[in-house]
Design a protein around this ligand. Structure first.
Ligand code: NAP
Length: 250
């Protein structure tokens, strides 16, 4: 089935839960196609996201694979394009943390976080760009983080990976702009998901105290901004980083 002109084909990485799920739902309009991947072999969260997307009238696809595996990413993009004729939106959302103080961090912890967060973003961006450049349109949004700008004790690996995502976003935006493909990034502050639920209460309280708006964010607070960056309303925006953190960083 090739979708109609108005319908949009979107791919969201790490869409099974948290911010990724909220992004899938913010993008899902009746008649659209929303595909996502996840990594946990437990399909429960992914199945729930599939149901929620379909309840919004969009067609949903999910598959389990590591976002940094080029062969699996290429195969998923190819299947999507063969089935629907195009790819309009890519959101590089999948991300992990493996926190430890710098002097205690193992090389494995450093490399794994870089692999998923930065290499994964590159792999998906490259696969999508090939399709989008040919069709001369597309919107790509990468999930960075406030810690790329301000650093965070215990997150040498994570903050470095997210700073890499910011630089990658700007370079991709410059390379792809003339082909009608926009590339932007969002930097969430403190958003209530499984990722932040693991943080010790003391750190959470200290972080909350730095948010001028006085509350932590919800996944939907980020998803709505991502949806804006994927929409025609942001047609003259590329290479930009929007901080979504209640003013945590200005
Ligand atoms: P989360 O609740 O931990 O969800 C992470 C998602 O990524 C899950 O769907 C997970 O799938 C998927 N994922 C993890 N490793 C993967 C891999 N190797 N391949 C494919 N999918 C993988 O995280 P979140 O808080 O929603 O964060 C989403 C994004 O926002 C991340 O890039 C994160 O760094 C960024 N961010 C979050 C915050 C925050 O405060 N929460 C702040 C700044 C930036 P499975 O469940 O199947 O593993």
């Amino acid at each position: 089935m090739v979708v109609s002109e108005q319908a949009r084909v979107s791919l969201v990485t790490g869409g099974s839960r948290g911010i990724g799920r909220a992004i899938c739902l913010a993008l899902a309009r009746p008649g659209d196609v929303v595909a996502f991947n996840h990594f946990d072999p437990d399909e429960e969260a992914a199945t729930e996201t599939l149901k929620l997307i379909e309840a919004k009238g969009a067609k949903a696809y999910a598959q389990k694979f590591d976002v940094s595996d080029p062969a699996q990413v290429a195969a998923f993009v190819e299947t999507l394009v063969n089935e629907h004729g195009r790819l309009d939106v890519l959101v590089n959302n999948a991300g992990i943390t493996m926190d430890n103080l710098l002097v205690r961090m193992s090389l494995e912890q450093f490399e794994r976080v870089l692999k998923v967060n930065l290499v994964g973003t590159f792999v998906c961006l490259q696969a999508a760009a090939k399709v989008m450049m040919k069709q001369r349109s597309g919107a790509i949004v990468n999930l960075a983080s406030v810690v790329a700008a301000i650093g965070n004790a215990g997150q040498a690996n994570y903050s470095a990976s997210k700073a890499g995502v910011v630089a990658l976003t700007k370079t991709a935006a410059k390379e792809l702009a003339s082909r009608g493909v926009r590339v932007n990034a969002v930097a969430p502050g403190f958003i209530e998901t499984d990722m932040t639920a693991k943080l010790p209460e003391k750190i959470v309280e200290a972080m909350k105290a730095t948010i001028p708006m006085g509350r932590t964010g919800q996944p939907e607070d980020v998803a709505d901004v991502v949806a804006f960056l994927c929409s025609d309303a942001s047609r003259y925006l590329t290479g930009q980083l929007l901080h979504v953190g209640g003013g945590m960083y200005m």
